[in-house]
Design a protein. Structure first.
Length: 292
């Protein structure tokens, strides 16, 4: 039997609780107080349906566990056969799920299931495009906190399905000192000293710099684990790599496009992060076809 957990990408991370919470919230939003009054009014209760979820474009699939959980929450009698799992690269026209069971449940869950798969597959597909442009380099593509409120765990999972890597999940799992922190705290050295004094040994400390002079100041302290190189051109990024000499992890951020990412990777930085992977990913074209 196809279950939600059996379709998770084995190289990604997503809690079963996150799946349940997201599906419950999405269905509650759609069903409101009275449920699907259209399907209940027009479809006899005993009617069965046979449906296929089909990719209408080529790309990387993500979100199938949420689609399965959506239908199963609406009816325990839904039978689902998966033809791929999350992280699979598919051609246009590929069937990804076959859904059989009570027609009311299939119709009620159709839009919610498609919303999950379309949104997450769009992120995974865009991420995979960036990853392809960095082939042959050590640089890893990662996301940011620029995610849809309430959907961060899902969207960061989709990044992993596309071959990318996750940045911090929230404000509580790593320190990232931005330019405004530096300004308020009184400079690079004071802010790093306070950070190190107040966190445990397992918490990473990253600091954003805009110039090579700031990078030199960070390196002189020896207190940072990661340095975010903000909006630097490739010449400056190359100089930063030569300055750091492997003493800190280097992350490039800003100005990442398909036209620039290969050149950024060639500078030797370790990571490149982009909010566009989540906030600007186009929806993946996926549909559910029901046989009459």
């Amino acid at each position: 039997m196809t279950t939600a957990l059996s379709l998770l990408n084995p190289d990604a991370f997503l809690s079963p609780l996150a799946i349940d919470e997201a599906v419950h919230r999405a269905l509650d939003e759609d069903l409101g107080r009275a449920g699907d009054i259209t399907s209940m009014a027009t479809i006899p209760e005993a009617t069965e349906a046979h449906a296929t979820m089909v990719a209408r474009q080529a790309g990387v699939i993500a979100g199938l566990p949420l689609a399965v959980a959506t239908f199963r929450k609406l009816s325990p009698d839904i039978r689902i056969t998966a033809h791929v799992r999350d992280g699979a690269t598919v051609a246009k026209g590929t069937p990804v799920l076959t859904i059989d069971g009570p027609a009311r449940a299939v119709l009620t869950g159709e839009r919610t299931a498609l919303n999950f798969v379309g949104r997450l597959s769009g992120i995974a597909t865009l991420t995979a495009g960036y990853v392809r442009h960095t082939a042959g380099t050590k640089m890893r593509i990662c996301c940011t906190r620029k995610t849809t409120p309430g959907l961060r765990a899902l969207e960061k999972y989709a990044i992993r399905c596309g071959g990318g890597f996750n940045h911090r999940f929230g404000l509580d799992d790593a320190i990232l000192i931005k330019d405004n922190h530096i300004a308020v705290a009184g400079g690079v050295k004071p802010v790093l000293e306070r950070a190190r004094k107040n966190v445990g040994h397992l918490v990473k400390v990253e600091i954003e710099v805009d110039t090579l002079a700031q990078l030199r100041e960070v390196l002189a302290t020896g207190l940072a684990d990661v340095v975010l190189l903000d909006n630097m051109d490739t010449t400056t990024l190359t100089e930063a790599v030569n300055l750091a000499r492997g003493r800190v992890v280097l992350e490039a951020s800003g100005g990442l496009t398909f036209d620039t990412i290969a050149a950024i990777a060639a500078t030797g930085v370790d990571y490149a992060s982009s909010g566009a992977l989540t906030h600007s990913a186009p929806n993946f074209d996926v549909a559910i076809d029901i046989e009459a």
